[in-house]
Design a protein around this ligand. Structure first.
Ligand code: BTN
Length: 334
């Protein structure tokens, strides 16, 4: 596992140049043997390193580390002079168990409205339905955002779908084409998952409530890491194509945050209804015959008619319509 010292070491290598083991050891205050061990750990965390006798070590694809100041500056630039845009406080940590778990732990002690926590590396990243979330240091974007709503759980039923719209808009604005939503809130490209959203709530049923919105995106997942994930996945580097320039995760995060803040602000006033049509337009399964696996293991089939104003999936079976609040959909071949 990468330690904070390991990260300071990787930050020394972020320029993509060769650094000797001796220099690195002196800069971060480790022995050369420890430097070599930490770099081996970095390789197992998914980073590609080159070792050349007499030259030292070099990161083959220097990830451009996340940096709170850089995200803040890009966010400011994206907003222009819009002083009415919601304020966000961006924090970046090298390592945490899960950015969402950390924000949830803060809820009893601090106001987390507008607090963004992004991590280079999560040691216990969580996905929906209790699944782990696999991400790699430097090759993913994993962050959580706290948001306070006056309303309670009922009003927030469609929130995760609205967040999906914000993420899809940001990715489209950053030039990634063909990224669609998959109910309830996966981001997919050609039916392969490129990102996911996990929303957790804290508060009273009638409000107010605090949402912790966790977003994970695959930026550059090596083949070995993909093999360990038991679902079809892809990454933004693949979506962008081989000729595209390296992905600036700080800019991408800023774009995501700008869209998220605008969507959350509107959602707090108007709920999911104004996003429903756009959500359906972006749905990869709209109008398609699907199989829906319900949380209790039962399976229903039907054609996707859309989502209702609370974000429930509406399936059509001939003239009959049924709505579902949870489950996993997959395409049903005719
Ligand atoms: C899913 O299963 O599709 C949801 C994945 C959500 C992952 C993100 S990464 C940042 C935040 N912290 C976590 O532990 N999970 C979410």
């Amino acid at each position: 596992m990468l330690t904070p010292l390991g990260f300071s070491l990787l930050r020394q290598l972020a320029d993509g140049q060769f650094h000797s083991g001796e220099d690195l050891a002196a800069k971060v205050g480790l022995t050369r043997a420890r430097v070599s061990q930490v770099l081996k750990d970095a390789e197992s965390a998914g980073l590609a390193l080159e070792r050349v006798k007499g030259c030292g070590y070099r990161l083959l694809e220097a990830p451009g580390f996340l940096d709170a100041k850089a995200v803040g500056a890009r966010l400011q630039a994206l907003r222009g002079g819009d002083d009415a845009a919601p304020r966000l406080a961006v924090e970046v940590v090298d390592q945490v168990d899960s950015t969402s778990s950390e924000l949830l732990r803060r809820v009893p002690r601090r106001d987390i409205h507008g607090v963004v926590l992004a991590a280079e590396w999560q040691t216990a990243g969580r996905g929906r339905r209790g699944r782990p979330w696999t991400a790699i240091a430097g090759g993913s974007l994993t962050f959580s955002l706290g948001w306070q709503f006056e309303q309670g759980a009922g009003f927030l039923a469609g929130l995760s779908l609205a967040v999906g719209v914000a993420v899809a808009r940001a990715l489209a604005a950053d030039g990634y084409s063909g990224i669609a939503l998959k109910w309830p809130n996966d981001l997919v490209h050609r039916h392969r998952k490129v990102g996911g959203i996990l929303i957790e709530m804290n508060g009273d049923a009638l409000g107010p409530s605090t949402a912790v919105i966790g977003v994970g995106l695959n930026v550059r997942l090596p083949e070995e890491v993909r093999k360990g994930i038991d679902a079809p996945v892809t990454d933004l580097a693949t979506v962008a194509g081989r000729k595209a320039p390296a992905i600036d995760r700080n800019l991408l995060l800023a774009r995501l945050l700008a869209e998220l803040a605008a969507v959350l602000d509107q959602y707090a006033r108007e709920g999911f209804a104004p996003f429903a049509a756009e959500w359906q337009h972006r749905h990869a399964y709209q109008g398609k015959p699907v199989r829906l696996l319900l949380p209790d293991g039962a399976v229903v089939t039907g054609k996707v008619a859309g989502v209702d104003a609370s974000g429930a999936l509406v399936l059509a079976d001939g003239p009959r319509r049924a709505r579902f609040l949870a489950g996993e959909i997959s395409l049903r071949r005719a």
